[in-house]
Each structure stands twice: as C-alpha cells, then as structure tokens.
Design a protein around this ligand. Structure first.
Ligand SMILES: [Zn+2]
Length: 399
C-alpha cells in the first residue's frame, strides 16, 4: 500500500517529541538512567531514581522502530546497524534553558530488537562541597583535611558502579581548588565541568588512553592529578609512579571495600613496597536510601532483620522506617546518602602490606587506626534515623 510521505513525517515528529519528553521527564525526576526495553507486544520505559528502577511508561511495539531511529540519530549512531552494540552521546538542552546536559546512550542488540540505556551525566545529581553533608563521619572528615594538605600520595575512591565515587572525588577536588594549584583530570567521560580545573577526556579510539595521558600530564607540572579509573596493571603502575613523583593523585577502583582494594593492587603484580609507599587513603563507599522525612516513624525490627544486619547488642536501641506517603510515592524513602569506610594508611599498615601479612591483620590494624567499616557506618546511620536496617542489609558487605 502507498504510504503518504507526509504521514510518515508526522509519525517521526511524534517519535522525536516523545523521546524529548521522556528525556526531560527523566532529568526533572532526578533519574540517573533511563531504560527502554522492547518486549513482544510493547516496550517499556523505566527510570532509575535513587538506585532503584521504576516503570514510568509503556507503548505499543509498533512505535519502537521510530523511537530507536530517533535516539540513534540524536546520538550520532548508525541507524542501519542492529546487530552490534553502539555507544554515543547526546548534548541535550530542554526547552528554554541555556544549560545543556550530557547524555550517554548505549544501544545493545537483543535476540529480537535492541535495548537502550541513557545515562544522565551531571543532571540534577546533588553536588556537595562539605564532606559531612556527604555522610562522612566527623572524625574522618577531620583526618581527610590533613591528607589533602600533602603534596604527594594516592587517594582511592572505591566501590561498585553507581555508588557515588565520582561525586566523592569531585568534592575533594572542590576543596583542593585554588589559584596556587595546577589540577589536571583525565576522565572517561568528564561527568561534571568544574571551573578552575583542567579537565580532559580519554579517547582510546585514537590512542589517547589513561597511561599515555598520564605521561603527558606529568609534563604539565601538576600539583593534583585525577584519573577516572584504575582498571589494569599498566594504569596502576603509571598512577603509583605519578603519586610518588610529587603530585597528589586521585582515582577510583571497582573494589568492594578498602582491604579488597589493597588485594586488587597486589594482584596487579606490582612490588608491595611500591604500593604501600604510595597509598595515603582508601575510601570505600555505598549509597543508602534515606527515610522520607514526611512519614518517618519508629520501627521495631524483627529478630531476623537484627540478626541479618548484625547489629551489635549494645547498638540495638532505636530504629526507623518510612510509612509511605504522598511525598515519597509510598516508598518510604526520599533521596540517598553516602556510607563511607575510610582507611588511612599509617606506618603499621604499610609494614603489614610489605611483609605480606594476612588481609585480616591489615583490617585489624586499620580498625585500630580508627576505621569504621561500611556495615558499622550504615548501622550508625540507621541508629540516627537516616536509613533503615533493610537498606543496611541490602547495600553494605556482610562483614
Ligand atoms: Zn513519605
């Protein structure tokens, strides 16, 4: 049957409008990611808000090809390619505002159709300049200030993806920012633009990667260097060298906790003394959902919850939860906050790393040096009504 070109154009305009509307809604609701998943008869849209996916729309599958073409065009991807994964960027500006928001688009081929995830970079993510507001224990915030005064050494922010590692590093950079310092970053990609920093982005496709970039940065006479992530032995080695050469060095690693980070670094087959002498601080972190302030009430946790969360007997005092209200759409939670495990590396810990001591000994030494584990910190936050014991169990390692 003959299809009118005008009709086709109208349908495509409708798809463009729909896509723009979904992205705007995602940004406005503070989502970190937008998921678009095709099924047999329909496709659904979910927003990840405060770490949890929520379904927000569904449409008939007939509309999907136009939606995906529209997204591919916006992200500069090949619209004829359906068999291999594709990644692109959209610089999105919503109606009337001058500020544009960076979106990372990932298209992944399924057996039938393709799934799309749009990551919203920066967006409405809250950006703190005060460590205690981030959720850092007051003692740790004090000691951190001392570490930031130093002119060398390595600070690693660690945890799984989406636990706020980048926000922590930016908070540190914010605090370090001054006319007297040359601060250079190499990121993948740049997630926030900050005045006063020299920010750059790796481009592996043209051979500009973390290792090569780092070599060039060292010729830029830096005081502070931030590298997006240490994920292989070459980057680890180059990073440690940089931190020993008179720059304060910041980066992230995908490890579960602070001791696990030392284990991972040793697995890179670098000399233990080399690692021990460079490390100043390892910050492991997670994000817990915060109880909604409009419906918070005292909670009597069950014996099972108390057991699973491993709350020490002397800390089993008062706990809280959100009853669910209009402000939190019945979830009982509103927003998230950080849970931090700060391992300050002292002489004792350095010696244990060099001598190949068991990791349990390193953890004990860190605790003696004032380290609160992720679980202990989460229980402390539950005790003051910031979060629930269910979140403690869901989010922190069971140590
Ligand atoms: Zn509520």
């Amino acid at each position: 049957m003959f299809k009118s070109p005008i009709k086709q154009k109208l349908k495509q305009t409708k798809a463009t409008e729909w896509v723009n509307n979904i992205i705007s809604r995602g940004i406005n609701s503070g989502a970190s990611d937008i998921h678009i998943d095709p099924y047999r008869n329909e496709f659904i849209v979910r927003f990840r808000v405060d770490g949890i996916l929520h379904k927000i729309d569904s449409q008939l599958i007939d509309f999907f090809p136009r939606v995906i073409s529209c997204l591919k065009i916006m992200a500069n991807l090949d619209i004829t390619e359906h068999r291999i994964p594709q990644d692109g960027h959209i610089l999105f500006s919503s109606g009337g505002t001058l500020e544009s928001i960076d979106l990372r688009v990932s298209v992944f081929p399924l057996v039938i159709n393709e799934a799309v995830v749009i990551r919203i970079l920066g967006g409405k993510n809250i950006f703190f300049t005060d460590f205690e507001k981030l959720g850092v224990h007051a003692d740790d915030a004090e000691k951190l200030k001392d570490v930031l005064q130093r002119s060398s050494g390595m600070i690693l922010s660690t945890g799984p993806g989406g636990t706020g590692k980048t926000t922590t590093l930016y908070t540190i950079l914010h605090n370090l920012r001054s006319q007297q310092k040359n601060i250079v970053t190499l990121e993948d990609p740049v997630e926030y633009y900050v005045e006063g920093l020299r920010q750059s982005q790796v481009r592996p496709e043209i051979g500009f990667d973390f290792v090569d970039g780092l070599k060039s940065i060292l010729r830029q006479n830096p005081d502070v260097i931030m590298i997006g992530e240490i994920r292989d032995d070459k980057t680890a080695e180059a990073s440690i060298r940089a931190s020993l050469l008179g720059s304060l060095f910041l980066s992230t690693m995908h490890t579960s906790n602070s001791v696990g980070t030392i284990v991972r670094l040793l697995e890179f087959d670098l000399p233990p003394s080399f690692i021990a002498s460079s490390l100043s601080l390892i910050i492991a972190q997670r994000l817990v959902r915060v109880i909604c302030p409009y419906c918070i009430a005292e909670d009597k946790p069950s014996a099972k919850v108390l057991e699973l969360s491993k709350v020490p007997k002397d800390k089993q005092t008062r706990f809280f939860k959100g009853m669910g209200c209009g402000h939190c759409e019945g979830s009982g939670y509103s927003g998230r906050k950080g849970i931090f495990e700060f391992m300050f590396i002292n002489k004792n810990i350095q010696q244990l790393v060099i001598s190949g001591a068991p990791f349990t000994d390193i953890e004990e030494a860190a605790k003696l040096n004032g380290m609160h584990t992720l679980r202990e910190e989460a229980i402390r936050q539950a005790g003051v009504g910031a979060t629930t014991l269910e979140e403690v169990i869901r989010v922190t390692p069971n140590d």
